[in-house]
Design a protein around this ligand. Structure first.
Ligand SMILES: Cc1cc2nc3c(=O)[nH]c(=O)nc-3n(C[C@H](O)[C@H](O)[C@H](O)COP(=O)(O)OP(=O)(O)OC[C@H]3O[C@@H](n4cnc5c(N)ncnc54)[C@H](O)[C@@H]3O)c2cc1C
Length: 405
């Protein structure tokens, strides 16, 4: 296998260096301020748009890498800078993925660029699936979509919870139940265009970490969208509903699950960025900090911790890269490899950031040093886009062929 290589190619290395420079020069210095302010970091997102790091062209270019690695490499660097700001920059990608995964080519061309806008007019996208009573259990959505044949419009009603960019986005992609009795097979995704009446922001959540990322409820009250906003089109939906009604079981994945499945290695890469930041910081600190007349790294208790941190991060990265490569080359995730990558990287990030606090001792526990922030930020990766328990469910069902509950 002469062409087998784990080296990054020149384009990938250039990308890593470019994103890293932005993360080091622009994101890192701003991270503490936006964490404290707990507001969306518009000036930083604008700077990212100015240099072409925020925009659909950037996403399209990186997603077209046939190895699948470019996008996860870029994300790791971005989140190395800061996870809250990283998600502010990357969050629109979830809406874009929802549109790309379910829309017709015409819908993708029309709506995906609008999730980002331009450097002159930055826009945001939000992907709205979760509800107060339906997070992991996405088959139980209560938000309803009813077709008004007279006007060829869909009428959406319901409340979405925990929505990244919710209410401040220009494009909201909403997953709703058309036929609730069919559970996941009775759901469809809709684009809610900018300025549509009836969509409003509910409560804005105060969070434990990733505070620079905006998370809100989205309230939908008689929101009317034109028929062309149904992703995939009416004919496809009617076929899907008919199949669902007849067979009861079509094996077809519901829209929300398909989106999350494809984006899992990307979430793993986010977690990797945070873990690597904490590892690098605590390694440098351990070489500097003196106790008992020697640098603390001279104690095996500290050095071995750092060895394990590095090993776990590298192991997680290999899983993330494998899953990204499998997704790009359309290999089937027979053993839940996408879930494995997200699960491992998330748990590594939580563990590594906790070890980093330990290595910094009392300083690590204060907000004067960034490691406590990284620990707060890391925790989200075991929760959103499928909790760790749900990832284990996916993996165990895949490896066993059984419907493990
Ligand atoms: C900051 C943030 C941003 C988010 N952004 C978005 C977004 O942009 N769009 C969006 O749609 N959603 C978003 N979410 C929602 C997120 O995906 C959900 O919070 C997550 O899926 C978990 O759902 P839940 O909170 O309802 O928890 P629950 O589903 O109530 O789970 C509670 C606990 O029970 C466990 N559990 C549940 N079912 C099982 C089971 N069958 N087996 C074993 N354990 C189980 C879970 O693992 C968890 O530990 C976001 C959440 C947060 C916190």
């Amino acid at each position: 296998m002469s062409d087998y290589s784990l080296d990054l190619n020149d384009d990938q290395q250039t990308l890593v260096d470019w994103v890293h420079t932005f993360a080091a020069d622009v994101i890192r210095p701003a991270a503490e301020e936006w964490d404290e302010r707990e507001e969306f970091p518009w000036p930083i997102v604008q700077e990212a748009a100015n240099i072409g790091l925020y925009g659909w062209e950037f996403m399209a270019a990186n997603l077209s890498d046939p190895t699948g690695l470019s996008i996860v490499l870029a994300i790791e660097e971005l989140f190395w800078g800061d996870a809250g700001i990283g998600l502010a920059i990357f969050g629109s990608g979830l809406a874009a993925a929802g549109i790309s995964g379910n829309g017709t080519p015409e819908q993708v061309m029309e709506w995906v660029p609008q999730c980002y806008g331009t450097a002159d007019k930055v826009q945001l996208g939000a992907f709205c699936v979760s509800e107060p009573d339906a997070g992991s259990d996405v088959s139980s959505l209560r938000t309803r979509a009813v077709y008004d044949e007279a006007t060829d419009e869909w009428v959406l009603n319901g409340t979405k919870a925990w929505i990244t960019n919710g209410g401040i986005a220009d494009i909201h992609v909403v997953v709703a139940a058309v036929d609730p009795a069919l559970k996941g097979r009775g759901q469809a995704s809709f684009v809610v265009p900018p300025g549509t009446k009836g969509l409003s922001m509910g409560q804005k959540y105060k969070k434990h970490g990733i505070k620079a990322s905006h998370t809100s409820e989205v309230v939908l009250e008689d929101v009317r969208v034109p028929g062309r906003c149904l992703l995939g089109g009416k004919e496809k939906l009617d076929e899907k509903l008919a199949r669902g009604r007849e067979a009861g079981k079509t094996g077809q994945k519901q829209p929300a699950m398909a989106t999350f499945e494809a984006t899992r290695p990307a979430v793993g890469a986010q977690a990797l960025g945070v873990a690597r930041a904490a590892y690098e910081y605590s390694l440098a600190y351990a070489k500097e900090r003196m106790a008992f007349g020697r640098p603390i790294i001279m104690n095996q208790a500290i050095a071995f911790k750092l060895a394990d941190m590095k090993m776990e991060i590298d192991a997680a990265r290999l899983l993330v890269h494998r899953a990204a490569w499998m997704a790009a080359t359309r290999k089937e995730f027979k053993n839940g490899e996408g879930s494995m990558s997200k699960l491992k990287a998330a748990e590594v990030a939580v563990w590594v950031t906790e070890q980093a606090i330990q290595i910094l001792g009392g300083y690590g526990y204060t907000r004067e040093y960034p490691v406590e922030r990284w620990h707060r930020d890391a925790k989200i990766f075991t929760i959103f886009e499928g909790t760790s328990e749900i990832q284990r469910l996916v993996i165990s069902r895949n490896i066993s062929g059984l419907r493990i509950e």
